[in-house]
Design a protein around this ligand. Sequence first.
Ligand code: C2E
Ligand code: CA
Ligand code: CA
Ligand code: CA
Length: 289
Amino acid sequence: LKNAFSALNAARNRGGNIAHFYSLETVLQDAEWLELESALRGAIKRDELSLHYQPQVDLRTGAIVGAEALMRWLRPDRGMISPARFIPIAEKTGLILPLGIWALRSALGEIKRLRDQGLPIEHVSVNLSARQLHQQDLIPQVDELLRQADVEPGSLTLELTESILMDDAEYAARTLKALKALGLKLSLDDFGTGYSSLAYLHRFPFDTIKIDRSFVQEMHTQNNGAAIVDATIQLAHSLGMTVVAEGVECEQQLAALRSSGCDYVQGYVFSRPLPTTELTSMLRDHPVF
Ligand code: C2E
Ligand code: CA
Ligand code: CA
Ligand code: CA
């Protein structure tokens, strides 16, 4: 906050019209970001971050085939901070690089831990941010983590959003191919929210696409909503990709997705993201339907 106000005062002292480049809103947002950034640095040191896991369920068998790792930050003084708030800050400051490595290592450790307890799941998905994709060392780092992990590389799925592919599609295609060559799987996150078309996607070696929650909701609220989801699933299948529907909240959506031939679902209808202890007990009770 101090920094934000000194920036404001500096601008004022220069005799400028502060509204010209600093609205009050921007100042307050900057102040909030600065506060969150320094708190996040401390949180990493104090180990306040954890991963929760949201099950992904096979629509045909009802088995839990995988889980998406989602970061959680429990601030002792303020409760749970949403990743929607702190991931953008981690991205901007570069903190996402050490955090991303930590997430990969933890998720791989979790697969191993579950297998050692006789609770196998096929894969764990970890989100990969733009900043990570553009990091020079990404390939050797992931390679190293996979070597240390003592699980098959195919147990790891990386989730990337469309928008990070489009800035530099050539570079992205090359990097994704190099990642695939390590033996892991790739999943296209939030599909349909960006500008790419499925036809364009054959350039990238994705194994899976994730249909964004907004489309799942629109299946029953918009004209043609179901037809769009239907067509997406058919096209993905014809390109040899499997489909995960995300943000599935009710039985009605589940039934529609099943009749459209969707492969996997993830959403509150089955489970919220769970701490590892709860994931473990859910796997013991598996299958889920
Ligand atoms: P995402 O990758 O699209 O993750 C899915 C989000 O949808 C998660 O929010 C999840 O809790 C939520 N969700 C799951 N099922 C349902 C449902 O049925 N209904 C509704 N309304 N929501 C559902 P979350 O955990 O708050 O994460 C938000 C975003 O933060 C993620 O979106 C992802 O972009 C980012 N994120 C989280 N963890 C990581 C991480 O480890 N690394 C990176 N780079 N990003 C992360
Ligand atoms: Ca994701
Ligand atoms: Ca998503
Ligand atoms: Ca998202």
